[in-house]
Design a protein around this ligand. Structure first.
Ligand code: ZN
Length: 224
């Protein structure tokens, strides 16, 4: 993330994503060889709210597997009681998409947090730092038919995303999934010619993210 000296070790993804043994049984443990990376005070301290935001979103998603749901029923509901403002914020702005309940999300915050995890995983894999902007995409991002009184062309917004996702998957097809607790988090990783970085993240079996960084993308909007 930066050039400051590391003062601590930080879990990536955050430890709170991995359910505790007491809720899922020791035989199903999701805390094997958790990945840590060196961190400075600033970057370790400032992101706990972002981590919590992502934890809420992922574990309340219909897509999350039993490990995600276990986390929701233990950690998230407790935290929501402690900090009702955050959950109010997340559960507001409900809208219906294809007969399902959707929530307006803080896309910038999600991209920033996933971007940080991708830089940490890059360091874990290579021992190096990745400074150029990364672009984050996911199939969890849906588009309502109408927003702020404007009718949206869903197809026009979603189809380039699918094209991008399909391309990413194609390039990573022969790569193995990595990660010691794949039911909570697994990833694929491609790094070429010191300038091309491609990753696929999967949380709780079904919540996917594609991360790309390439000189051609560095000047595009929405990089983090
Ligand atoms: Zn830092």
């Amino acid at each position: 993330m930066c050039s400051e000296l590391a003062t601590s070790k930080e879990h990536t993804p955050p430890k709170c994503f991995f359910p505790e043994d007491k809720y899922i049984g020791k035989e199903n443990t999701q805390r094997i060889d958790l990945i840590t990376v060196p961190s400075c005070d600033l970057h370790n301290g400032q992101k706990s709210g972002d981590d919590e935001y992502l934890l809420y979103l992922f574990t309340m998603s219909e897509r999350a597997n039993g490990y995600g749901k276990a986390n929701f029923h233990t950690k998230v509901i407790k935290a929501a009681k402690r900090r009702p403002k955050l959950s109010e914020h997340i559960f507001s702005n409900e809208s219906e998409i294809d007969g399902n309940v959707g929530y307006q999300i803080d896309r910038e915050r999600i991209d920033r947090t996933i971007g940080q995890i991708s830089r940490a995983i890059f360091h874990h894999e290579t021992g190096l730092k990745w400074f150029p902007p990364v672009h984050v995409n996911s199939t969890i991002f849906e588009v309502p038919e109408e927003q702020d009184g404007i009718k949206l062309d869903r197809k026009a917004i979603i189809s380039p995303r699918w094209e991008f996702v399909t391309k990413t998957m194609g390039l990573l097809k022969d790569k193995k999934w990595l990660g010691s607790n794949p039911k909570t988090f697994k990833y694929k990783f491609l790094y070429e010619n010191n300038e091309f970085l491609l990753m696929h993240f999967m949380f709780y079996d079904n919540i996917d993210f594609q991360i790309i960084s390439h000189p051609e993308t560095w000047n595009l909007d929405f990089g983090v």
